[in-house]
Design a protein around this ligand. Structure first.
Ligand code: AMP
Ligand code: GLY
Length: 324
């Protein structure tokens, strides 16, 4: 199989490392790749925001499968555009990728499917958002609706911080991503992530993980997308995993299937373990970075197998693929 991997992060290096171990692999290309992926396959200088450039390359190089790493490409619908040319693509559809692309979309699905998450309001103007804030008080969480490179969330301990975040969002700090704002109840607890594979109907648990968000040692410094990660997250017991699957992941997958926009690919949920049980913080429609580095180290199965099975219409095999 000839594979094109999209992205240039540590996540893509980890995916490339695992893909090169697959018995189905003939050749691996990475666009644009990085210094690490250069040793594992052929880096290709494609503009990954240019979907036509990608599909042209796929046709020219007889690519069988495209694997998409970054959130922006998932949300921009690269998966749909690749599949429209008849080439398999491990990437959710643009419609299902809204789970990451719009926080308001996910909150509405949670309402519809009765999924435990923070109470919220969704606003398209500053006055209404501020009104809701004054009604709710602090602590409170302000979120730009769309993708904001991990910077669109403010956990505000005071009304003033929350006010500033709302004004920033509507003032254009996050461009179009901040045109709507979601204001959420502050949830207290420890966070963990859970990664599952979905084929549109069934789900297969991959693993739990936790990342270290602060830039400096001792949990200090600014929040980042994650300085490092570990897996499994021991705080996620078997019972909590089962509860998360039954109350959060499975209803999400059922809800999207019922809407005619099934979720196919890897689904990554951020979970808050609160006094009333696991509650959803957010969804990502892709592998995590840096979590993928620990997940790929633990994965015993062939990473291309579910991607190929999916292309051939096979359902997921119910097994636990991770080394303990
Ligand atoms: P998100 O991008 O939605 O994951 O938010 C980034 C971080 O903000 C999360 O990992 C949490 O640490 C925190 N956060 C988000 N929503 C809430 C919430 N409702 N209550 C408490 N903390 C939150
Ligand atoms: N580590 C956080 C993320 O991938 O979004």
């Amino acid at each position: 199989m000839r594979v094109l991997l999209i992205g240039s992060g540590g996540r893509e290096h980890a995916l490339a490392w695992k893909i090169t171990q697959s018995k189905s692999l003939d050749q691996l290309f990475i666009a644009p790749g990085n210094g690490g992926t250069r040793d594992l396959g052929e880096n290709v200088a494609l503009d990954i925001t240019d979907h036509k450039a990608i599909t042209d390359f796929c046709k020219l190089m007889a690519i069988d499968l495209v694997v998409v790493g970054p959130d922006a490409q998932v949300v921009a619908g690269l998966g749909d555009d690749v599949r429209a040319t008849g080439i398999a693509c491990f990437c959710p559809s643009k419609a299902a990728g809204q789970l990451e692309g719009s926080k308001g979309f996910t909150k509405a699905l949670c309402d519809e499917m009765n999924i435990p998450t923070a109470a919220y309001g969704r606003f398209d103007n500053e006055a209404a958002a501020l009104g809701y804030l004054y009604q709710q008080g602090a602590p409170i969480v302000i979120k730009a609706d769309g993708l904001a490179a991990g910077k669109g969330v403010t956990v505000a301990m005071t009304i003033e911080e929350a006010e500033a975040a709302i004004i920033d969002c509507f003032g254009g700090a996050f461009g179009a991503s901040g045109a709507e704002v979601v204001i959420e109840e502050f949830m207290e607890g420890e966070e963990a992530s859970i990664f599952v594979l979905c084929d549109g109907k069934d789900t297969l648990l991959l693993a739990t993980a936790q990342d270290h968000k602060r830039a400096y040692d001792g949990d200090t410094g600014p929040n980042t997308g994650g300085m490092g990660a570990y897996s499994p997250a021991s705080i996620m017991t078997e019972a909590l995993i089962a509860q998360t699957m039954a109350e959060i992941i499975e209803p999400t997958v059922r809800g999207l299937a019922a809407r005619g926009t099934p979720y196919q690919g890897v689904l990554y949920a951020g979970i808050m373990l609160t006094g009333t049980g696991p509650r959803l913080v957010e969804y990502n429609a892709r592998f995590g970075d840096p979590e993928t580095q620990v997940l790929m180290m633990r994965l015993k199965s062939d990473l291309l197998e579910p991607a190929v099975g999916h292309r051939d219409g096979k359902t997921l095999r119910p097994h636990r693929p991770m080394a303990r």
